[in-house]
Design a protein around this ligand. Structure first.
Ligand code: GLU
Length: 423
């Protein structure tokens, strides 16, 4: 998805190097031991299309680190995804899961495809084909996929069923983000966005005493963006701008996230919401004079090119990798912007996945209400832990909140690797 296919990986390695060597004082060998994925599986997936012709798709599952437990992370379907992008994202899952205190390592999958151009039957064939390529390497104690960009509960159901056909194991815990009737949690749908809203609220409390009345712009109106907007609106923030891939809308008095969603569902984009004051571009949205900016679309949107124009005082990363390492350091240390990093801000999805996985393994149920309560509590605790570490153990003028999150996460992975004899 990044224009340059290796850019996200370069960024992920830069951030890791800063944490391992500059911050924690480990050597080059330790960095090397953490950097590379343990395994990358490449899959070619032939799909007979509705027109009778066979089209071949390509995909990857990157299993980055399993020191803390089975690999865990989503599978994305995107026309521009690359092997390097999937590797970078799998590495970020290792830190995200470690930081959240989950018993998981990190993994990620991706198939290079525009899922909107496929019929439901073609999409099912593709999803089953991907599992045929990776089924030997995944399972409830090996590697547990989940949804990511442009994948959903129906796709998880096909994948689980294909795993059953191939192995004979009706193992609900082999994948998360499933439909409720197949062992999923309804709360999984809201989890990433709700978790991001809680992370924003908890950080805003520390900065300003609360999120109420603060102006918020949200880039991206998929699952993460919409639910972040919805819950921030419920918490009393004013959602002044939202956008999707076609463009954005602005209203100084605030938008109603549910009304905007209705319009997006009916017409395909938020830009057709006619009660907004004006239309804006995605670039303009990032540069608005707001209190809080929530990038919830794709990676690499806050960069060296536009960092000087960013006016928000708090950035909460619902997307994976929206800020480059250089922009993170510049905005945090030169402009005093607080950036709640992706591995902290968007961990709600995988935290809820963990509850789903526990339910499946226990054959019992933590209720939806209890799951939401646990998620809220865990997000608040994680923000507090990172904030306190940042202020007590590091220097917030020199170090970013991302530095604090990475230091905590990487230390845990290193400790597990040492105990296992991998370092
Ligand atoms: N795809 C989500 C992420 O990037 C969730 C992964 C999961 O639930 O395993 O964190």
């Amino acid at each position: 998805m990044a224009q340059d296919s290796t850019r996200l990986l370069v960024e992920a390695e830069k951030i890791l190097r800063r944490a391992v060597i500059d911050l924690l004082g480990y050597d080059e060998d330790t960095f090397e031991a953490l950097r590379h994925p343990e395994r990358v599986i490449q899959v070619k997936i032939p799909v007979r299309m509705d027109n009778g012709k066979v089209k071949v798709f390509i995909g990857w599952r990157s299993e980055h680190n399993s020191a803390l437990g089975p690999y865990k992370g989503g599978i994305r379907y995107h026309p521009e995804t690359t092997k390097e992008e999937v590797i970078a994202l799998s590495m970020m899952m290792t830190w995200k899961n470690a930081l959240a205190g989950l018993p998981y390592g990190g993994g990620k999958g991706g198939v290079r495809v525009d899922p909107h151009a496929l019929s439901p039957r073609e999409l099912e064939e593709l999803s089953r084909g991907f599992i045929r390529g990776i089924y030997k390497y995944i399972g409830p104690d090996k590697d547990i996929p989940a949804p990511d960009v442009y994948t959903n509960p129906q796709i998880m159901a096909w994948m689980m069923d294909e795993y059953y056909r191939l192995t004979g194991d009706n193992a609900f815990a082999m994948i998360t983000g499933k439909p409720k009737i197949l062992g999923g949690m309804e709360t999984r749908i809201i989890a990433t966005g709700f978790g991001t809203a809680v992370a924003a609220r908890e950080t805003a409390k520390r900065l300003w005493g609360g999120i109420e009345g603060k102006k918020v712009a949200v880039q991206g109106y998929g699952n993460a963006g919409y639910y972040a907007a919805k819950f921030l609106h419920e918490m009393g923030a004013i959602i002044v701008a939202v956008s999707d891939s076609k463009g954005g809308i602005y209203s100084s008095k605030g938008l109603n996230p549910d009304e905007v969603l209705e319009v997006k569902k009916k017409t395909g984009s938020v830009i057709n919401y006619d009660k907004a004051e004006k239309k804006i571009t995605n670039e303009e949205l990032l540069e608005l004079d707001v209190d809080v900016l929530v990038p919830a679309a794709i990676e690499d949107v806050i960069t060296e090119e536009n960092m000087d124009k960013i006016k928000a005082k708090l950035i909460v990363e619902a997307a994976n990798g929206p800020t480059t390492a250089e922009a993170d350091v510049y905005l945090s240390t030169k402009k005093g912007v607080v950036i709640v990093p992706d591995i902290l801000a968007n961990a709600g999805g995988v935290i809820m996945s963990h509850i789903e996985w526990m339910n499946n393994r226990m054959g019992g149920y933590i209720s939806e209400e209890e799951a939401k309560r646990r998620l809220e509590q865990k997000m608040a605790e994680n923000v507090a832990a990172v904030w306190d570490f940042w202020h007590k153990e590091l220097d917030p003028k020199k170090h970013t909140m991302r530095d604090a999150a990475y230091a905590l996460a990487v230390k845990r992975v290193i400790e597990a690797m040492k105990l296992r004899g991998w370092l």
